[in-house]
Design a protein around this ligand. Structure first.
Ligand code: SF4
Length: 473
């Protein structure tokens, strides 16, 4: 999966992962395991808040889940309700103040919030609230929701939450934990996934079903876009409210299928494995190449490369070895060191590549230099031709709904033709999946956001980049 150090620096960064559990004596330990399964959705910070129905117990820190928690910290998180969060900062700075779950105190007690997504009108609401005297602790947009619900005049927490959600626009799959209840909500557009499951009598909630598999919980259903559910007892079904009328079309993030979600997760109604592989098949139909082998950029493009190989009949091989034990580098290396570090993370296999015409399937190109390094590596491995095939359309626009992408200026496809990009990365040929081809792979093509490819942002906001920007061709 993602996070292959230097190579993953040119990938969109996963947003965040959320996990919640209600009514289990080992709530914190199970949340820890759920967060480990969701680690690919955020590696900058992790946190768990547990409630023993009187007091909250919490721990969070910077880094991977295994770094932040140990047996001792987990043993202090007492209670049978818990929420957890893995963060990659898509809004707000990357520091401990912005780590989640966010804990706040409102009129009726403590509240913990774990949010996946990005609110496009958070800066305006925040500025209005600050003008009215509110003081913010960090810079994350989730704090805006906390302030809005604290200001609501409603008596019950769920009504306060509904008041707050009426104000915000954008992407949210969000969990709220009170002393003795758990609430989940998903934005009306359905940008980010969110699931409800059951483990024995306990209820569980998670961004992806892979977090249920790890604790052997049973997936019940996805929280519907515009739905809020309230869990107050293990003896009855969660209460469900549809706080927004169903929209004619959803805007589920298609990048979840391209790269972000785990292939063994079910999201937006199907196992990620199927569309991810189908993108590769469609790419082979749209952009064939005369070659001896198909190799993936490991690991995220492996399924698309398999699909390409199946459709084209060209044998699939692993031509690059990825060292999965390399974490992030905090060094500031010299140019020479940087070149060498590339090989610490990915190394070509000469016995696979020697004398071969190679099709290399990757999931996306953001800035370009990383793809150029791949081409160089594969040639160093002995390939006679390198044909790059990308299992998604050219990324021309940034995401404002919770995925960290480079700015429009940095995205190579926003200002260069495919031929210019090919020349830059020094490939023999370059082909992308078309937007039409990508949507053809989907069971309900109208229910997906494609803004990072076509600039059609489904939720408008001020400062939105226009599709009419003059491009520097
Ligand atoms: S802009 Fe792209 S990454 Fe962002 S939500 Fe839409 S499809 Fe996903």
């Amino acid at each position: 999966m993602p996070n292959c150090g230097e190579f993953s620096d040119d990938k969109p960064k996963e947003e965040c992962g959320v996990f919640g559990i209600f009514g289990h004596p080992k709530a914190a330990e199970l949340t820890y395991l759920g967060l480990r399964a969701l680690q690919h959705r955020g590696q900058e910070s992790a946190g768990i808040v547990a409630s023993d129905r009187t007091t909250f117990h919490h721990h969070c820190g910077m880094g991977l889940v295994t770094v932040v928690f140990d047996e001792e910290t987990l043993s202090k998180l007492k209670g049978n309700i818990a929420v957890g969060h893995n963060r990659y900062s898509t809004s707000g700075d990357s520091n401990l103040e912005n780590a989640q779950p966010l804990i706040c105190q409102y009129k009726r007690g403590p509240l913990a919030i774990a949010h996946n997504g990005n609110l496009v009108n958070a800066p305006r609401i925040r500025s209005d609230l600050e003008d009215a005297g509110s003081i913010f602790r960090g810079t994350s947009d989730t704090e805006v929701i906390a302030h809005l619900l604290a200001r609501s005049q409603q008596t019950y927490l769920e009504d306060r939450i509904l008041d707050a959600l009426k104000e915000v626009r954008g992407a949210y799959s969000i969990l709220f934990m009170g002393k003795s209840l758990l609430i989940a909500a998903r934005d009306p557009h359905g940008f980010r996934p969110l699931w409800l499951g059951r483990l024995g009598d306990a209820y569980v909630l998670a961004s992806e079903t892979c977090a249920f598999d790890v604790i052997e919980a049973k997936a019940i259903r996805e929280i519907a876009p515009g739905e809020l559910i309230i869990i107050t007892s293990t003896d009855r079904e969660p209460e469900s409210f549809h706080f927004h009328p169903a929209l004619p079309h959803l805007s589920q993030c298609i990048f979840e299928y391209i790269y972000l979600a785990r292939p063994d997760s079910v999201i937006f109604g199907e196992l990620v494995n199927r569309p991810r592989r189908e993108f590769g098949r469609q790419l082979a139909r749209e952009s064939p190449a005369d070659a001896d082998i198909v190799i993936p950029v490991p690991d995220s493009a492996t399924l698309a490369a398999l699909g390409y190989s199946e459709e084209s009949g060209i044998p699939f091989e692993m031509g690059l070895y990825r060292n999965s034990f390399v974490g992030r580098s905090f060094m500031n290396p010299s140019k020479e060191m940087r070149e060498l570090m590339v090989k610490v993370k990915l190394n070509p296999l000469p016995d696979v590549l020697e004398g071969k015409r190679v099709i290399v399937v990757d999931d996306s190109i953001m800035r370009g230099p990383t793809s150029r390094k791949f081409v160089k590596l594969i040639r160093q491995g002995g390939a006679t031709e390198v044909h790059i095939r990308i299992a998604s359309p050219p990324n021309k626009f940034p995401c404002f709904y919770g995925v960290d992408t480079p700015t429009r200026k940095e995205l190579i496809a926003s200002s260069h033709t495919i031929e210019e990009i090919r020349k830059y990365i020094r490939a023999d040929s370059l082909g992308y999946l078309t937007i039409e081809g990508m949507l053809k792979c989907m069971k309900s093509p109208k229910d997906f956001c494609t803004a990072c490819f076509d600039g059609n942002y489904p939720v408008e906001f001020s400062g939105q980049p226009t599709t009419q920007l003059p491009l520097n061709f």
